[in-house]
Design a binder for this molecule. Structure first.
Ligand code: URA
Length: 245
């Protein structure tokens, strides 16, 4: 495939460093350097390769990674996943510059306000689509802490593939319940319906008091990422999303 190229001013503006005029001023001031020293022409076309930060610098600091960029984010409770909902959003926990990127960074699916855990954030529309498309059956595993003890019949109800949530007409796809204690369980689902896990437990007469997602496909939330923190996903980690379990 041909390596894409882009004008320097457009590239830096798309990475959130400022308007095209502002970044052209940074170039004119000699703040932007490449392999061979200062870049003088804001209109110069550069090859957009993943190693860009290794050689393109602003004020001596590596530029941010170019698209496609995907983050593994440990969502804390108390933040929302949408720009539109009221309240603090996960995007406010990213560097301000990353919120001005074009293409924009979006969450792959959503976790609700009170749910914590593994959230992927990406500017790669194709990846987003592949993860959320029901056709790909990418599993999501949740740890649910419950208000009342499990009765013992829930696993069969969730596995049957005929549970219809209140207000819906389409039955849920089969889901796997693995009890951990009388009041806690793993629940693995393949869909991403609104408040799905909480509503599934409500449908069997229980109530979720805490919910945490620890796995998407074969990708576990890395233990070294604290709540509210994130890092860039490696190609191997992205492959794991589609590799099972
Ligand atoms: N199910 C829920 O109820 N909430 C989430 O955040 C995710 C799945």
């Amino acid at each position: 495939m041909k390596t894409p190229t882009m004008r320097l001013d457009r590239l830096l503006a798309n990475l959130g460093y400022g308007s095209r005029r502002e970044v052209a001023q940074m170039v004119a001031a000699g703040l932007v350097t490449g392999n061979a020293g200062r870049l003088r022409d804001a209109g110069e076309r550069l090859a957009i390769t993943p190693d860009l930060p290794n050689w393109l610098k602003i004020n001596g600091a590596p530029v941010d990674p170019p698209p496609p960029l995907t983050l593994i984010f440990h969502k804390p409770v108390g933040v929302v996943c949408s720009h539109k909902e009221p309240g603090r959003s996960v995007y406010e926990l990213l560097p301000p510059r990353w919120r001005r990127r074009d293409p924009v960074l979006s969450t792959i699916g959503r976790l609700d306000l009170e749910t914590s855990g593994l959230l992927l954030i990406t500017d790669d529309g194709g990846l987003l689509h592949r993860v959320i498309s029901p056709r790909n059956h990418v599993t999501k595993r949740y740890l649910a802490i419950l208000d009342r003890p499990l009765s013992g019949g829930e696993a069969a109800v969730f596995a049957a593939g005929d549970l219809v949530l209140e207000g819906e007409t389409d039955p849920l796809a089969p889901a796997v319940l693995e009890p951990l204690s009388p009041t806690s369980a793993w629940l693995t689902v393949t869909e991403g319906r609104y408040h799905q896990v909480r509503r599934m437990f409500a449908a069997v007469g229980n109530h979720v008091v805490a919910l945490h997602r620890d796995r998407i496909g074969g990708l576990d939330l890395p233990e070294d990422i604290d709540a509210g923190a994130y890092r860039i996903a490696t190609p191997e980690e992205l492959a794991a999303v589609f590799a099972g379990p």
